[in-house]
Design a protein around this ligand. Structure first.
Ligand code: NAI
Ligand code: MG
Length: 338
């Protein structure tokens, strides 16, 4: 039985890496049917809306989507479609594993998972300018929202994830020393919930800035990390840097009923259209999707092939220090999944 999933190639390097990923999925025998939809700049250009109703309907029906990166204008213009999709389907948990594949980096054998709260915090987008005298932008305000409900479900998700995946420790990273209410509530929820898991998973809390420093200095002291939306956005790029960059980092946005899988990286306009992007981030995101729909065996074969191709230098893209393009890299992986 084939599983129907929504596929959104996205903007910039999105269509290039998506084509590479679909090629590998087919070669590996993934039992998937693709319902291709548009979003982002591409959708705005061709359909007049960055998030067409048809795309939302497709995700609603299929409950699972694989999404390429979507360009979001900075400072003005339409609001992030990525954030809109996460809110629309209440995809409250953003799971971002980072693992060493490319040898010879700053560290070997990195194996960490960041769990980012995906629906609250500073990214709720409650913002406005305050005008004074002749300056309509004399000041600007943003609201950070933390609810007990939202904190409990993301922290519980992190602990349950740790238990289910045989992880030893959860670190809650926060800024409760300065943001005593919003971050204080998040910390309090975490400390309470840790008691329920005390016999199975260790717990610690750490201030976010020190967490950033220790991640660079000694990443091995961490295992699973859980934090507020913006902190998770920033630290997940930092953690991608520990294993060779954004090209290697996958993610799953998980809700009670729906899930959208995407790479951590954006649309990379600096290299778009050149056929040189590393498809590994989206490919490993597709593996998370395969796990999610019960096709773990296929996911395992793809992960094995990706690791072998990169480790043995069968093919490497530019960000790995190689000269292979996106499609050539995908063909090398295809050669390993048979
Ligand atoms: P970016 O992640 O697109 O690129 C940052 C750097 O990493 C660039 O030098 C890029 O060439 C490199 N890079 C990224 N992915 C790569 C890959 N697969 N292979 C090789 N190199 C890769 O971040 P940037 O430039 O800050 O953002 C570009 C656009 O993407 C913005 O409009 C932003 O809003 C959007 N974005 C979308 C995301 C999403 O759809 N989930 C996530 C992050 C950014
Ligand atoms: Mg980001």
């Amino acid at each position: 039985m084939s599983r129907s999933v929504t596929v959104i190639p996205g903007d910039g390097i999105g269509p290039e890496v998506t084509a590479a990923v679909l090629r590998v999925l087919d070669a590996a025998g993934a039992r998937l049917d693709y319902d291709e939809q548009v979003a982002g700049e591409t959708a705005l250009r061709y359909q007049g809306s960055p998030l067409p109703q048809e795309t939302l309907d497709s995700i609603e029906t299929n409950r699972v989507a694989l999404k390429g990166p979507l360009t979001t204008p900075s400072g003005s213009g339409f609001r992030s479609i990525n954030v809109a999709i996460r809110k629309e389907f209440d995809l409250f948990a953003n799971v971002r594993p980072v693992r060493t594949i490319l040898p010879g980096g700053r560290y070997e054998d990195i194996d960490l998972v960041l769990i980012r709260e995906n629906t609250e915090g500073l990214y709720v987008g409650v913002e406005h300018f305050i005008g004074m005298e002749n300056d309509p932008k004399a000041a600007a305000e943003s609201v950070m929202i933390t609810t007990r409900y939202g904190s409990e479900r993301i922290v519980r998700f992190a602990f349950d994830y740790a238990v289910a995946n045989g992880r030893r420790k959860v670190t809650l990273a926060h800024k409760a020393n300065i943001l005593k209410h919003t971050q204080g509530l998040f910390l309090e929820v975490g400390q309470r919930m840790a008691d329920d898991y005390a016999d199975r998973v260790a717990f610690e809390d750490r201030i976010i800035d020190a967490t950033a420093m220790f991640l660079v200095l000694d990443p091995y002291r961490f295992d699973v990390l859980v934090m507020e939306n913006m902190f998770g956005d920033i630290l997940s790029d930092l953690m991608a840097g520990l294993v060779g960059g954004l090209g290697f980092a996958p993610a799953g946005n998980i809700g009670e009923t729906h899930a959208v899988f995407e790479a951590v990286h954006g649309s990379a306009p600096d290299i778009a259209g050149q056929g040189v992007a590393n498809p590994t981030g989206l490919l490993l995101s597709a593996c998370l999707m395969l796990d999610h729909v019960g096709q773990e065996g296929v996911a395992g074969r793809i992960r094995g092939a990706v690791s072998a191709v990169i480790r043995d230098g069968v093919a490497r893209t530019r960000d790995m220090g190689g000269t292979d393009g996106t499609a050539a890299f995908a063909e090398a992986v295809v050669g390993g999944v048979g």
